[in-house]
Write a protein that binds this ligand. Structure first.
Ligand SMILES: [Mn+2]
Length: 243
């Protein structure tokens, strides 16, 4: 049976929940059934929705308020949606306890890192010396920089290659890693582009947007196939899961 994937999306300043369709399309094409998490506030509603889903997908969007990682707001930060921050941190706290698979893309990767106690660069152009344009000029469906894949990580195991094509639309990035997170992909300038949890059953996060590359690049497609496959597996293993 196809797994149900709970999608955490943008909640704009008029409290409208919206999702960019490439995320939905990628889940569907790779074998999952996407379900949008609306902006709910009752504990019971969230618990039931978490219970119904087989996996969770934290998508891209606005910057996370730096108070969540103990810093003050710098002037170069982008848009912030504090209600979305609060909603997603609460949701993450619930889903991590279920041990069901979690995927994060862009802001989603940053959210997972912060939720696990990590920090972010608030603004790459003013904090990091790099020749790479992490806010690319090319169209969103075109790759713009490569990511080196660390061997013996899940990303290496699922793709079998040491380099993957990435597009790039971020001005923030992971600075200090959250608890249990390890790097599985890194840009040439040293910025972290992909992480996984060595402590949880399946927590994987990517700074770029494979949902806009999966139809033309088999390695980027593997990112979604692997996630959906993990969500489809009978849910018996609980960490620590020695077999
Ligand atoms: Mn990048």
């Amino acid at each position: 049976m196809k797994p149900i994937i709970g999608v955490l999306a943008e909640i704009d300043n008029e409290f409208c929940t919206r999702v960019q369709n490439p995320y939905i399309h990628a889940i569907e094409r790779c074998g999952g059934i996407p379900v949008l998490f609306p902006f709910i506030d009752e504990e019971e509603t969230m618990d039931r929705l978490v219970d119904l889903c087989d996996g969770f997908f934290f998508t891209g969007g606005a910057d996370i308020h730096p108070k969540h990682y103990g810093e003050v707001l710098e002037s170069n930060i982008g848009g912030i949606q504090e209600h979305r921050d609060a909603f997603e941190f609460k949701c993450f706290e619930k889903v991590i306890k279920t041990s069901k698979p979690i995927l994060g893309i862009c802001r989603g990767a940053q959210l997972i890192n912060v939720a696990l106690g990590g920090t972010l660069y608030q603004d790459i152009p003013s904090e990091v010396s790099t020749k790479i344009l992490h806010r690319q000029c090319e169209p969103k469906f075109s790759p713009s920089h490569d990511v080196r894949i660390i061997v013996r990580t899940p990303l290496y195991e699922m793709t079998g290659v040491e380099q993957i094509k990435a597009n790039s639309f971020h001005h923030q990035a992971i600075k200090k890693l959250g608890k249990g997170l390890e790097i599985m992909g890194i840009a040439e300038d040293g910025l972290i582009e992909a992480v996984y949890s060595a402590e949880e059953r399946y927590v994987r996060a990517y700074q770029w947007h494979p949902e806009r590359l999966f139809e033309t690049d088999p390695q980027n497609r593997r990112i979604f196939e692997d996630f959906i496959q993990a969500c489809s597996q009978p849910f018996a293993l609980q960490p620590p899961f020695s077999v």
